[in-house]
Design a protein around this ligand. Structure first.
Ligand code: KIV
Ligand code: NA
Length: 285
């Protein structure tokens, strides 16, 4: 299998094959995800919540993102690794360039991700001019949770939807290679996926995007408390299917496991590729 690049992701979009992305924070999971057909590994700052046990992504530092990026890129051989730029590390174009230099240089990432629209257009142009590919992120912006006053669906009002669309086009024009849309109505996500040349990866944005991303620990049921409604525990689903007798439970054979973490990740990839995930019950509006 060939290495995944911005060019091959664009080709997947053009031929209508959905892109499977998951968050990944270490080498062990990088190997499993890659074997399971996940094309894009996102070293998300969600690691502040799922790995560090913090209440939000805000306290995550650049040093921590560099460390986890390095752990993932040591093991990843062909998938595209995106590293999140942490809170305030891209508050000016100069800071963003310095942060990207570390995430790509020391961390080995092939792309950096930042949250926001219009205020970041100049920053995206600067990064891409110097050879740092950018994944934009619109809709719900978790780093702005204190400003937003909570996690909720974005772009329901016509004016907000219009702003998100304008910002998406501006970020694409500035050179962004990819767009993640989080918690927006599926109609808005579908319209943007159609309108933009670059692939649109959704999370809580319906199944008419060019691809999907979820937090790995939600897919494996490791998130304490209630997981977000748009996510799905694919390991639990596998268990219920196996109990019903329609799948063989054989975790002893490392190559042909029908049950276990790797099978659950493969189930996620298949469901993304077929469009079965997200189903209507995972869609917010
Ligand atoms: O940090 C993260 O996990 C993310 C995804 C939810 C898109 O940014
Ligand atoms: Na993130």
């Amino acid at each position: 299998a060939r290495t995944i690049t911005t060019t091959s992701l664009r080709a997947l979009k053009q031929r209508g094959e959905r892109i499977a992305c998951l968050t990944c924070y270490d080498a062990a999971f990088a190997r499993v995800l890659e074997r399971s057909g996940v094309e894009v590994l996102l070293v998300g700052d969600s690691l502040g919540m799922v790995i560090q046990g913090q209440p939000t992504t805000v306290p995550v530092t650049l040093d921590q993102m560099v460390y986890h990026s390095r752990c993932v890129t040591r093991a990843a051989e062909r998938s595209l690794v995106i590293a999140d730029m942490p809170f305030m590390s891209y508050a000016t174009p100069e800071r963003a360039v310095a942060a990207a230099a570390r995430l790509m240089g020391e961390g080995g990432a092939a792309m950096v991700k930042l949250e926001g629209g219009e205020p970041l257009v100049e920053t995206v142009a600067r990064l891409t001019a110097f050879g740092a590919p950018v994944c934009a992120h619109l809709g719900l912006l978790p780093q702005s949770v204190h400003q937003l006053g909570g996690y909720r669906v974005q772009g329901r009002e016509a004016a907000d939807a219009e702003r998100i669309e304008t910002e998406a086009l501006a970020l694409q024009d500035a050179g962004a290679s990819l767009l993640i849309l989080e918690c927006v109505p599926s109609a808005l996500a579908a319209a943007l996926a159609q309108r933009l040349r670059i692939p649109v990866i959704g999370i809580g944005a319906g199944n008419r995007c060019d691809g999907q991303v979820l937090v790995l620990h939600d897919v494996l049921g490791l998130t304490p408390g209630a997981a977000p409604r748009f996510s799905k525990n694919f390991l639990a689903e596998l268990a219920s299917v196996a109990v019903a007798g329609s799948a063989s439970v054989d975790a002893s054979d490392g190559s042909g496991v029908a049950f276990g973490i790797e099978a659950a990740i493969k189930g996620y990839v298949e469901a993304v590729k077929s469009g079965a995930f997200p189903a209507p019950e995972h869609t917010l509006a």
